[in-house]
Write a protein that binds this ligand. Sequence first.
Ligand code: CA
Length: 496
Amino acid sequence: MQNQTIIQFFHWYYNEAQNLWTKVVNKANHLKEIGVTAVWLPPAYKSNNAAYDVGYAVYDLFDLGEFDQKGAVNTKYGTKDQYLKAIDALHENGIAAIADIVFNHKAGGDELEKVKVRTVNPDNRTEFTSDVFEIEAWTKFTFPGRQGKYSEFIWDHTCFSGVDWAEDLKETAIYSIQNYLGEGFEQVPSTELGNYDYLMFNDIDYRNQAVIEELKYWGTWLVETTKIDGFRLDAVKHINPEFIIEWLDHLDEKFNRKFFVVAEDWNVVDIEGQLEYIDITAGRTQIFDSLLHHNFYLASHEENQFDMRTIFDKTLVQVKPELAVTFVDNHDSQPLQALESYVDFWFRPLAYAIILLREQGIPCLFFPDLYGGIYDDKDKEGNDVHIELAALPEVETMCKIRSTLAYGLQREHFDHGNCVGWTREGDDEHENSGLAVLMSTGEAGFKSMEMGKKFEGKTFIDALGHCSQEVIVDENGWAEFHCNAGSVSVWVLKTQ
Ligand code: CA
């Protein structure tokens, strides 16, 4: 069995000359060679701002870059044909394709409707702040460019629990829609702001059975059309979890397989919130370990003041390793984005060693760390910002090492606030497997660590090339490994 490794194959500002779906085709073989087993692709369907939108402002789930809607046929990432070719290229290289699924909201309605609403207190959405009144809202989706192909379903105000824009009043507020489904928002996992069902745009209401059936039909259509292998579920803490489970069960039954699923349940505050979600969904999905990301962020900024013995404290990978998808950064935490909490550059190789070379968690690489990235945007003051990020060469090396050598018994040496390490003993299935990792957030470090008796007399070298000396394992299976200041070394068997 090969270790699983995912890559998030996009970032917020992807803007290279070749569109993203073409880039997937061109990189599929490279991804296979470095040991990537699954690729998370961005939302592939038409957004409100077709050719420019990252993909989370969903307009039409059935338009994968096929119809002239919202100003273009293609999405930001290419056409439907190019999307299907990208998935084919991944499959030809034995790599799974993961679709990004946005079920919380829809944006860019085609027609106005008169809708009865009450406003709610934005800081406590369980509290109404007005009587019922009528507004005009963009709640009707007829998809005129698609003309009923694949589905004739028309979305209207009975499909939504809230909107944030009254067209006739030209006013922004959180408007709770009053319809036959009842009053107020649905019960969702997040109780922040009283009830965090409403996040943005037109909030989908899963009390409407017709919506549930339409999205189950869409899921079947998506899998049959694209041959996608798994799902990344966006913003699940704002969505009725019963619907999520029903939708996943429907697809597993329909296709008689177990789809890989990872949910975004963003939480950097407490592990209890994530455990609650796992409880509600009976551990139905993998979950991104945003708490580990947050610890990386803190460690990178507190430098040698951070106690590395606590790097796993209150993280999902510590408490529920079998459900954790670990990552260093994503499109929301990258510079200039909403949740900006970018792990500082010096620490990134250390963080990647932690997610790639240990037994627990399925790691997810971030595109710019492998391929570099250019970010152009405005900062909070409205000034133009241009950031060029270089790829981290260590990531490719460690990714390869993960797939070939990071196997077998794991021995922990987390016994110093600034200098920690671990070893893997390797196994019989993977030739020359086994390794030792040592990292320091302070001065250059060294540590005696146990490799195992079978390595007696064997020579180890730093695969990252940071340390040039050779290390020989003693008769008890131990050796003294080294690393530079603020750095990580990955010691592997010298084979020639
Ligand atoms: Ca919602």
